[in-house]
Design a protein around this ligand. Sequence first.
Ligand code: FE
Ligand code: ZN
Length: 506
Amino acid sequence: MDMKTDKKKLGLKEKYKLLTRDLGWETTYHTADEVFPYVKYEGIKVHDWGKWEDPFRLTMDAYWKYQAEKERKYYAIIDAHAQNNGHLHITDARYLSALKLFVQAISPGEYAAGKGFARLGREFPGVGPRVACQMQAIDEIRHAQTQIHAMSNYNKFYNGFHAFADARDRMWYCSLPRSFFDDALSAGPFEFMIAIGFSFEYVLTNLLFVPFMSGAAYNGDMATVTFGFSAQSDEARHMTLGLECIKFMLEQDPDNLPIVQRWIDKWFWRGFRILGVVGTMMDYMLPKRVMSWREAFEIYGAGNGGALFNDLARYGVRLPLEWNDAVKALDHMTHQLNLGLYQWSFGTAFHTGIPSDEDMAWLSKKYPDTFDKYYRPRWEHIKKLKEAGTPFVNTGLAKLCQVCQIPTPYTEPDDPTALCLRESEYKGELYHFCSDGCQRIFHDEPEKYIQAVLPMPQLFQPPLGGDIGAWMNWVGLKNGVDNGDYDGSEDQKNFAAWRATATSNQ
Ligand code: FE
Ligand code: ZN
């Protein structure tokens, strides 16, 4: 017998309420403070968690349905890519350096974000943010997985992919993003939200996924385009969650503003430092380029970021302290970082190379004020050294920034011919920094940053004891195979040979 019901179907709003807000309860046999011990110590005052507006009224059942659909599409394309020899359809195997850097340095960050959001899903008392954080935790794990799966096909044919997990923990250039995520994961829940929800999602992923994924499309990399689209469709939700959290803090109590502003200052600069890697991939690693890093920053950084800060101005939020330093760095950062990667390329699990004449013409067109003046002469010099059989290698160990952990390759904001170095003494020890921003961040929380594990000093710890060969084993780097110039590498030779068999009767 059919049961008569009052209503055939729940309305979306009602269903959402039952499946999210109504899942919460008031604590009885423990106090709320005991159950949520981390939510107060950062100093953020929240008077009413019920005021949290959920930007996406997404319930768990709808979430699984959407994500499952995306997974089906994603794996269908990945499968087709593998079966159609997708690894031969890229413009050139030198493109893969960008992907190697991505899987070593960025994908583990997705996983770290997943861990962090799982923690936030437990630590926030409000039901609205808890559900949203739980969904984002699952998203981030999925991003790490889809990225690793997409790249596993390249790993069958090319070098440098195999030890990405060791690289994440031990490689010097990976410590830039690793330290970013370690810093965020060891912060309180609200700061984590600004670090990831604002800095990583808002400042970084727009620049990472949109221009970088179109770079992948331009270079015939179907696998990366597919994970990019699959992840990017989650990003709108993630960015909104971060922004919602910022607005919520600012609306709950005026005392929250200085704390939030300090985090925005800090995480903008930490995010901008990671963008150096992303920009270098765009300017130097793509055989076929979509737009320069500078152009991407103008659209996604200055354009979208500027609009965001206009929106936040009504709460009293101003632009991040180092915004102007960032703008001044735009025409220099990628050139300086790429010169660093080239001279230390015996220690990179990807290939670098001297830009071709055609590349240099493009760079001077995109950076008319700086490339020909400061950077072309250096590449011409490096080219001559290589032709003379004495390629330029820097075996000196770089000074590392105690905060962002890069080997201080950048110049003064107002003088592109002087290296930017800062020093501070703290409790009798001397610490180095790459910039005013990183030095300021250090002085806000010195006890946190003096504990940082830095890759260069690690080289001299047991069991490595300064032995470069032992270090290479330790980071999973195969010398003469994974590292050095693309020119003459196994990747280059294999790609040329395989392409020849695919396009001729050889
Ligand atoms: Fe993600
Ligand atoms: Zn730094």
